[in-house]
Design a protein around this ligand. Structure first.
Ligand code: THU
Length: 131
């Protein structure tokens, strides 16, 4: 299985574990770390809706907390006909921890598209402005 399909498969597994009783909108994400390890995340909602965390950030936080520093690609799986891109908050976090990586969007029916982070978040703010 190629790397892209592996990442989509991992994100699909993560999606099956989504905790989304309020929105009923299940999202799965998988990031590949520089060394090749894959970390998965699903959205986890709260009864206090604003505390919900998106699948993309859960996957990245899991990798970071396991000692990873950078990631080389990310896949996002949602069962929508029009492929779902990461929300604005997640675009910022993906940019900071992954940089200008390919973002693989997929649904459960084999539809996939790869978009580049710099197209999703042009002229991004990041740590270089803090120096
Ligand atoms: N969600 C994600 O997990 N990732 C995104 O990029 C978009 C939104 C989740 C948050 C919430 O649990 C549900 O989708 C509906 O917004």
């Amino acid at each position: 299985m190629n790397k892209v399909d592996k990442l989509i498969e991992a994100a699909t597994l993560a999606r099956s574990r989504a905790y989304a009783p309020y929105s009923d909108f299940q999202v799965g994400a998988a990031v590949e770390a520089e060394g090749g390890d894959i970390y998965i995340g699903c959205n986890v909602e709260s009864a206090s809706y604003g505390l919900t965390v998106c699948a993309e950030r859960v996957a990245i936080w899991k990798g970071i907390s396991c000692g990873e520093k950078r990631f080389t690609s990310i896949a996002v799986v949602v069962d929508t006909e029009e492929l779902t891109p990461p929300c604005g908050v997640c675009r910022q976090i993906i940019w900071e921890f992954c940089g200008d990586v390919p973002v693989i969007l997929s649904n459960l029916h084999g539809k996939t598209e790869t978009v580049q982070m710099s197209d999703l978040l042009p002229r991004a703010f990041d740590s270089k402005f803090l120096k």
